[in-house]
Ligand binder design. Structure first.
Ligand code: KG4
Ligand code: ZN
Length: 332
C-alpha cells in the first residue's frame, strides 16, 4: 500500500491531504480564502498566491500530524502543476518539489483537471474505465471520455463561459456574494423556474459544445428590468443551465460508443438539482450514475493525492523531474 501527500493551490483553496492507494483518506485540510476575495467579487490572483504561501507549509505539517505520519511514510508527493492562477500553482509545486527532494521520493505533477476527472474513482471503487464524464467547475466545462489514467478524450467544451462561471456571474448580478454557486442554488429552491423567460444557448445544435455567455446577459437584462424577483431569476437561470447541460450531454452520448457509467465531477457537481437531473438522464439510458460526495467535487487535495496514487500504480510509472514547470494553461 502506498501513501501519497497531495497539495492543491491552483485557485482560492489551499489544501493538503494524505491518501492511500487503497482509497483511504488518512487526513485532509482545506483553507478557503473566500473572505479575502469577497470584497472584490472574485478571486484576486496576488491575494491568492500570498495566502497559499502563508498557509501551505503549516497545513502540510498538520495533515502529517493528524495522520500520525512523517514525511518518511510518504511514497510520493503529488501537487497540482496547472492549469490555474500561476502564482498559487507555483507555491504548491515548489513546496512539493522541496518535500520530494527532502524525502527522496517521487514528485508527481498533477493536472488539476485530471484530479477532478479521477476523483469519482476515489469515492467509488466500482467505477471502472471507460466512463463518460461531465467536468463542470469555475474554469472548465467539458464532456470527456475517460479511457484510462492519462487518456482523456475531449468531446465538448464551452465556447465562452464555464458553467460555474455562469453561476458566479448570476450571483454577482443578484448580489449574492462570492462564491456564487451555492448561493444561487439556495435561492433557486424558493423560486419559480418558469417565471423568467431565458435563452438556452446552443440547445439542439449538432456539436455537443456549451455556451453560457448569452444566458448570463439575459439574466442581467431580466434583473435590470425590475420585473422579476431574485428567487425567480435564480430558479429560472438554474433551470435554463440544466436544460442546456442535459441537451448537450445527450448529444455527446449519442455520438460516442456506449459506456456503462455517466460521471460528474468539478465544483458545480456539488449542486443537488444537477445531480438529480443527471441521475435521471443516466437511468433513462441504462447507465450507472456516479457523483463524488459534494466535498470531493469542489477543489480539494484528496483528489490530487488520489490522482497521484493512480499514477503511482501504473506499470510504467515515472516520477516527474524536479524542474517541472508550472503551467497556467494545460488542456487535458
Ligand atoms: O472545482 P472548483 O471548486 O474550482 C475550479 O476548479 O474552478 O469549482 C468552483 C465552481 C465555482 O464556480 C462555484 O460557484 C461552483 O463551482 N459551485 C457550484 C456549487 N458549488 C460550487 N455551482 C452550483 N451549485 C453549487 N452548489
Ligand atoms: Zn477545480
Amino acid at each position: 500500500m502506498g501513501v501519497v501527500l497531495g497539495i492543491e493551490s491552483s485557485c482560492d483553496e489551499t489544501a493538503a491531504a494524505l491518501v492511500t492507494s487503497s482509497r483511504e483518506v488518512l487526513s485532509q485540510r482545506i483553507a478557503s480564502q473566500d473572505e479575502a476575495h469577497a470584497p472584490y467579487g472574485g478571486v484576486v490572483p496576488e491575494i491568492a498566491a500570498r495566502a497559499h504561501a502563508e498557509r501551505l507549509a503549516p497545513m502540510i505539517a498538520e495533515v502529517l500530524e493528524d495522520a500520525g505520519l512523517t514525511l518518511d511514510d510518504c511514497d510520493a508527493i503529488a501537487a497540482t502543476a496547472g492549469p490555474g492562477l500561476i502564482g498559487g500553482v507555483m507555491v504548491g509545486l515548489v513546496s512539493a518539489k522541496a518535500l520530494a527532494m527532502a524525502g527522496d521520493v517521487p514528485l508527481i505533477a498533477i493536472n488539476h483537471l485530471e484530479g477532478h476527472a479521477l476523483s469519482p474513482r476515489l469515492a467509488d471503487p466500482e467505477l471502472a474505465f471507460p466512463y463518460a464524464l461531465l467536468l463542470v467547475s469555475g474554469g472548465h466545462c467539458q464532456i470527456l471520455l475517460v479511457e484510462e489514467v492519462g487518456r482523456y478524450h475531449r468531446l465538448a467544451t464551452t465556447i465562452d463561459d464555464a458553467l460555474g462561471e455562469a453561476f458566479d456571474k448570476t450571483a454577482k448580478i443578484l448580489r449574492l456574494g462570492f462564491p456564487g454557486g451555492p448561493a444561487v442554488e439556495r435561492l433557486a429552491r424558493e423560486g419559480d423556474a418558469a417565471a423568467v423567460p431565458l435563452p438556452r444557448p446552443l440547445f439542439g445544435s449538432a456539436e455537443p459544445h456549451f455556451s453560457f455567455a448569452g444566458l448570463k446577459s439575459a439574466v442581467l437584462r431580466a434583473h435590470e428590468s425590475g420585473q422579476y424577483d431574485a428567487v425567480d431569476i435564480a430558479a429560472s437561470f438554474q433551470q435554463a443551465a440544466l436544460d442546456c447541460v442535459l441537451d448537450r450531454l445527450s448529444r455527446a452520448l449519442d455520438a460516442m460508443e456506449p459506456v456503462p457509467a455517466l460521471v460528474v465531477a468539478g465544483g458545480v457537481a456539488a449542486n443537488a438539482s444537477i445531480r438529480v437531473a443527471l441521475e435521471g438522464l443516466a437511468t433513462s439510458r441504462g447507465m450507472r450514475f456516479v457523483a463524488p460526495p459534494p466535498k470531493l467535487c469542489t477543489d480539494n487535495a484528496a483528489m490530487i493525492a488520489w490522482a497521484g496514487c493512480e499514477r503511482l500504480a501504473l506499470p510504467d510509472f515515472a516520477a516527474d523531474p524536479l524542474d517541472f514547470v508550472a503551467r497556467p494553461r494545460w488542456p487535458l
